[in-house]
Design a protein around this ligand. Structure first.
Ligand code: ADP
Ligand code: MG
Ligand code: ZN
Length: 628
């Protein structure tokens, strides 16, 4: 049986909990002098500390091993009368005593009066006994199921601590949209298949390949595909499994893993989440972790220990190459890095085609359109999308997946579950104006992505939504495009202002405003798009241990900080004014669209464009989008 320490922890938890309650509730004698004390009022510990700071506490009597106190307090909030108040104290706060003494407050402790010494002994032993008993029981269970005594104690033994697949059944054709990575790996596959042709010319194949990329981009899949293509066994373990509770286990697992791998060479050893063990050593934040370091050292030793041509190739995956220990990346270890990124349009198309193979999709569905609507989706997201659509199709009792199910699934994955419809009323009207505001700005600005649809059906956090068809995956965004996006995001609030007046604007725009601010700020501090000039003033936070905002090391003076704020404000203000003007100029069509939206709940992009074009000219947008 596979016995993991997570399981032990999980198992002992109920015992711990039960033990604690029993101990606290039944066994610990509660009849102490407290009940004799006429302190009827209570206050929270936090309040007590406040009072203490104010100097209103005069005397503290501790009961119940310091769990409870009756304090005498005098203060204006208490009507300047000396009062006795009961406070529950946290189990241990050694600083409290120091604090009380500093404040020269009269402290007194009253011992718990037990009926007998034996009783106290039992109650003190009960909890540990229960815990030990629970653990013993667990060991017994696990050893009886493995069939041998003492099995559960040999934590480090390789048995079942890593997975081995003799045949993964995955081939390169199953992995799409990551052609460069596949090319790199083709070499590895060739080596595994015919090592002689490499060794004959004295070539050494890399021992380790590091796969770097965000979650769900197919790293595990790729590693399996190498093994599958080369027809060799696949050993895998995840870094977080290395790092477990007991010292030495991680290191011994590494040893076992490599021993088994060498016996089965040629083969692939896959270490997932290597960042869990392979972080830079000694970075200090959060305390050192000797266990992790030992594991890492063992890993390095093992990788040095086998000759490049034994036929064991280590593939590791991480989404954070930047935090890995430099020693791991040295030649002779993971000297090759292959990055797999979130797929671009063509990649998404290819991945969708792979996963569409075993699904029944209506011939009218254009996979291309789906790929266009899903920028930022990883391979896993796309696989999930098709699956969701298939489930929905089955629920609707259809024979094949149509665009309607796919659309619904995309919406759901991006924006969350569909909520219940809004009831007609002022709030619905306001939301309608807000969304049409976004939509009209999006339609009328040449450099804004065109509107895909507007809807009043709530989803996730949002109560109404305007969807845009994103252009091709853009790595370069122009100033005009950012400005257009800022204006688009301001469109909702601006319309609320004009239609309902400044006093009626709502909190609904908070998310929009967040985006507006962050875009404007980035224009100034990162892209050099303001009159401060082409300076990069803020870096993306790169400290692996602190959140981005905490660690962003800003390299500017306070004087510049003031200028930045002024520039951000100016950009947003200019955009806002322009948006207000566009909304005012188009009030007639906005009113008409709002009526339609309230009636139909959803307006498709084409309908929207058609109606708007009856009132004003819509600028020509990029050609490829028009083709859709
Ligand atoms: P990672 O290890 O990078 O987090 P996985 O390899 O576990 O991602 O991917 C999870 C699933 O997503 C895969 O089993 C596969 O169904 C799908 N997937 C991810 N990337 C791709 C891809 N490039 N081609 C085909 N399917 C993919
Ligand atoms: Mg994975
Ligand atoms: Zn909005």
């Amino acid at each position: 049986m596979k016995i993991s320490w997570k399981a032990i922890l999980l198992w002992s938890l109920p015992f711990l909990v039960i033990g604690f309650f029993l101990w606290q509730g039944f066994l610990a004698p509660t009849t102490t002098e407290i009940s004799n004390n006429p302190a009827n009022s209570r206050m929270t510990y936090g309040r007590f500390l406040e009072y203490l700071d104010m100097g209103w506490i005069k005397k503290v009597d501790m009961y119940d091993n310091g769990h409870t106190a009756i304090v005498e307090a005098l203060g204006p909030e208490l009507g300047n009368r000396l009062q006795k108040i009961r406070v529950e104290l946290p189990a241990s706060d050694p600083e409290l005593i120091t604090k009380l003494r500093k404040a020269q407050i009269d402290i007194d402790a009253h011992p718990t009066k037990n009926s007998s010494a034996l009783w106290s002994l039992i109650s003190n032993l009960f909890f540990p006994i229960l815990l030990i008993g629970g653990l013993a029981l667990l060991f017994k269970r696990s050893s009886s199921s493995t069939g041998g005594p003492g099995q559960a104690m040999s934590f480090g033994k390789s048995k079942a601590l890593f997975q081995m697949e003799a045949k993964t059944g995955v081939v390169f054709d199953d992995v799409a949209g990551v052609d460069e990575a596949k090319e790199e790996f083709q070499e590895v596959v060739t080596f595994l298949q015919q090592p002689d042709s490499f060794t004959a010319v004295g070539a050494k194949i890399p021992k380790g390949v590091l796969l770097v990329g965000p979650p769900g981009t197919g790293k595990t899949l790729l590693a399996k595909a190498i093994a599958g293509e080369a027809n060799v066994p696949f050993f895998s373990i995840s870094g977080s499994e290395f790092v477990e509770m007991f010292v030495g286990v991680g290191a011994s697992r590494v040893r076992d893993l490599f021993k088994k791998a060498k016996e089965n060479a040629p083969c692939i050893v896959f270490i997932d989440e290597i960042d869990a063990v392979g972080r830079q050593r000694g970075t200090g934040v959060g305390g050192g972790n000797d266990e992790r370091e030992q594991t890492l050292n063992q890993l390095l030793t093992e990788m040095d220990g086998f000759e490049g041509n034994t036929g064991v190739i280590v593939v590791a995956a991480t989404n954070r190459a930047d935090i890995l220990d430099a020693a791991l990346l040295r030649p002779g270890r993971f000297d090759r890095q292959v990055s797999v990124d979130v797929p671009n349009l063509n990649g998404r198309l290819a991945i969708l085609q792979v996963h569409a193979k075993n699904k029944k999709i209506d011939p009218d569905v254009s996979i291309q359109t789906i790929a266009r609507r899903t920028p930022g989706f990883s391979g896993a997201d796309l696989a999930n999308l098709l699956n969701e659509a298939a489930i929905l199709t089955a629920r609707r009792r259809k024979n094949a997946i149509t665009i309607s199910e796919l659309d619904a699934s995309i919406d759901r994955i991006i924006a969350g579950m569909e909520g219940t419809a809004l009831i007609n009323g002022k709030s619905k009207r306001l939301i309608a104006y807000h969304e049409i505001g976004h939509a009209i700005i999006g339609t009328l600005l040449e450099h804004h992505d065109p509107v895909h649809k507007v809807t009043l059906i709530p989803r996730g956090q949002a109560r109404g939504l305007t969807w845009f068809t994103p252009g091709d995956d853009q790595t370069l965004v122009s100033r005009t495009q950012i400005i257009s996006r800022i204006m688009g995001a301001l469109g909702g609030r601006a319309t609320e202002e004009i239609v309902f007046g400044n006093t009626e604007i709502t909190t609904g725009a908070s998310n929009d405003l967040q985006q507006v601010t962050s875009m404007a700020r980035q224009m100034v501090t990162r892209y050099g798009m303001s009159s401060i000039g082409p300076l990069s003033l803020e870096n993306e936070g790169s400290n692996p241990f602190l959140g981005g905002s905490m660690s962003s090391n800003n390299e500017y003076s306070d004087g510049i900080a003031i200028k930045i704020d002024a520039q951000v404000q100016q950009i947003v203000k200019q955009c806002h004014n322009q948006v207000l003007r566009i909304i005012r100029d188009n009030r007639v069509v906005i009113d008409r669209l709002v009526d339609l939206l309230i009636e139909q709940e959803t307006i498709e992009g084409s309908t929207l464009e058609y109606i708007i074009s009856q009132y004003t000219t819509i600028p020509q947008k990029d050609v490829y989008i028009k083709q859709l």
